[in-house]
Design a protein around this ligand. Structure first.
Ligand code: ATP
Ligand code: MG
Length: 544
């Protein structure tokens, strides 16, 4: 799939045509303070696909200007996710690479009388800032001399002051209708070790100052970000203009992607991990790219999903079914269709010989002969899905097995259930059935119709497997409630089932359709003697 027309693509076309730019340079600027989620995929794919379309390039730049929350394990995870999606950054850069350069430009602003050292505390600053309807008040430190500002800024850098004791602020306009322009802080003091620069710096530039400068240093032509930065653009342009950078980048905003039933905020994802409400960032229930990957989502299904949601200047919410459908579309003709019984009950074919096993040749996917075929076993002892048998007398709508009723076992024979054997606790031990030899699949038998088709595996040859089925993590979308009280207790269910023997040598993230049960992937932790499969999605949307 190619990136479709959208307003940013149009802007780029025009800029190239008018000669405003001669190549397209974009960047993806994640903050390395958590793993990436599916919402970030929109930003990644938009930046890389647009640049690729125009023969330009895309940098990966870690926005690591806040050492409090950042960590190199997140840097590695983010790199891996981007590579997995199939993109190769032209350069991998760090905001912290530019600490020296942005420090110089802060001095330039001071020298131009456009920045000052301020002693107001965070609380005072909030008070002075004013509101949307009332103008702000000038800081009493606003008119310090250039010399004093230079000296104090250097002292800030040299560690003379404690965290929060002083800030460097841009001198813009305390009565601007745009609050971002009311003398924003551009440097703050944080005495903490930085994952890249260690203890070299104790002053760190704020995002609004650092970001446009980084874009300028890298020659970024179109700096794409989500809509919440809309009213920061004027500040972005102010810094670029006043710092007189050689290259002049421009910011463009696009709408954020939200998905129904899906948490799309790093803060929540972090909380789920930190409070151990999930097994980690790559828990298959997580909407992180690492979680979706482990669950079995293909990169194609994610890229196609994102591209099909388009891009506009409004935030949009799309149904989680769209993502699921994208996976189904991708895998339907691509993967083997396998017999697996997730929640088994035993079936004994009483009129079938004790030690006979028949091997029936069956194509892996009748929509894709290239996948070849394998032999599936039929014998006296079988497993079928518990939900394919109804204990009470069924009505006409029931199209599966029940006492006195005959069904076809797919690829094999008609069987009829004659008796149910119970355990002492009243649960079903096994179903005694008989088969009709004449009804073998492919024999053309047409004397009577079976009451439905169900799948099965042969007990002595099937392989035991742990099979994980998932539901949404959260039951309640009310974000005001405590996270733990909103968790779905059934979001992860593990079954001890059986799969056909052809899965003996499956490998991590091999994907299958389990006939009638959905699309599955082999878990990272699966081994030959401990097979583990995760359900990616059901075959059909559960909403229908
Ligand atoms: P979150 O708001 O989910 O906690 P963030 O925006 O703080 O994430 P960043 O690391 O700053 O995370 O994001 C990097 C880029 O990804 C930014 O340009 C941001 O606009 C973009 N982005 C994040 N979430 C989405 C989303 N849901 N849809 C589109 N773009 C997004
Ligand atoms: Mg952000």
């Amino acid at each position: 799939m190619e990136i479709t027309s959208n307003f940013i693509k149009t802007i780029m076309e025009e800029d190239l045509k008018s000669g405003k730019v001669d190549t397209i340079v974009t960047r993806f600027p994640p903050e390395p303070n958590a793993y990436l989620h599916i919402g970030h995929a929109r930003a990644i794919i938009t930046n890389f696909e647009l640049a690729k379309h125009f023969g330009g390039k895309t940098n990966l730049r870690f926005d690591d200007t806040n050492p409090v929350k950042e960590d190199s394990s997140f840097v590695e995870a983010i790199k891996k996710d981007i590579e997995w999606l199939g993109y190769k950054p032209a350069n991998i850069l760090f905001g912290s690479d530019y600490f020296e350069a942005s420090y110089e430009l802060a001095i330039k602003l001071i020298n131009k009388g456009l920045a000052y050292v301020c002693d107001l505390t965070a609380d005072e600053m909030r008070e002075y800032r004013g509101t949307l309807t009332s103008p702000g008040k000038e800081s009493p430190y606003r008119y310090r001399s250039i010399e004093e500002n230079l000296r104090m800024f250097e002292e800030m850098k040299n560690g003379k002051y404690k965290d929060g004791e002083k800030t460097l602020r841009a001198k813009i306009d305390m009565s601007s209708p745009n609050i971002n322009m009311r003398d924003p802080v551009i440097y703050r003091i944080i005495h903490i070790e930085h994952h890249n620069t260690g203890n070299k710096w104790c002053i760190y530039p704020m995002y609004d100052f650092a970001h446009p400068l980084q874009d300028a240093f890298e020659g970024v032509t179109h700096s794409l970000c989500s809509l919440e930065y809309d009213d920061h653009r004027i500040l972005y342009d102010w810094f670029v203009e006043k710092c007189e950078t050689e290259h002049v980048p421009h910011q463009y905003e696009f709408g954020r992607l939200n998905i129904t039933n899906t948490i799309m905020s790093k803060r929540y994802l972090k909380q789920l991990v930190d409070e151990k409400l999930v097994k980690g960032y790559d828990d298959p229930r997580m909407p992180t790219l690492a979680g979706l990957r482990r669950r079995g989502y293909t990169k194609e299904s994610i890229v196609n999903f994102i591209l099909s949601t388009g891009l506009s200047r409004v935030n949009s919410t799309v149904s989680s079914e769209m993502l699921e459908n994208s996976l189904r579309d991708d895998l339907n003709n691509k993967v083997k269709r396998i017999n697996a019984v997730i929640d088994p009950i035993k079936v004994v074919i009483t009129n079938y010989p004790e030690d006979k096993i028949e091997w029936l040749e069956v194509e892996y996917n009748n929509d894709n002969p290239d996948l070849g075929s394998r032999k599936i076993a039929f014998g006296r002892n079988l497993y079928i899905e518990r939900e394919d048998f109804l204990e009470e007398k069924p009505n006409k709508k029931w199209k599966r097995l029940s006492l006195g009723i005959e069904v076809r076992l797919m690829y094999a024979y008609f069987i009829k259930c004659n008796e149910v054997i119970y355990n002492e606790d009243g649960t079903i031990k096994e179903l005694l059935c008989t088969y009709d030899e004449r009804t073998k699949s492919g024999s053309g038998f047409d004397e009577r119709k079976p009451n439905g088709n169900i799948h099965f595996v042969e007990a002595s040859t099937a392989l035991p497997a742990k099979i994980n089925l998932f539901e949404p993590l959260l039951l309640d979308s009310d974000s005001k409630k405590e996270l733990f009280s909103r968790m779905n207790p059934n979001s992860w269910a593990t079954f001890s089932g059986f799969v056909e023997p052809s899965l003996k040598n499956t490998y991590s993230l091999e994907r299958f359709q389990f006939i009638r049960k959905g699309y599955f992937a082999t878990d990272y932790d699966s081994t030959e003697n401990n097979l583990i499969f995760n359900r990616i999605v059901e075959l059909k949307s559960s909403y229908n």
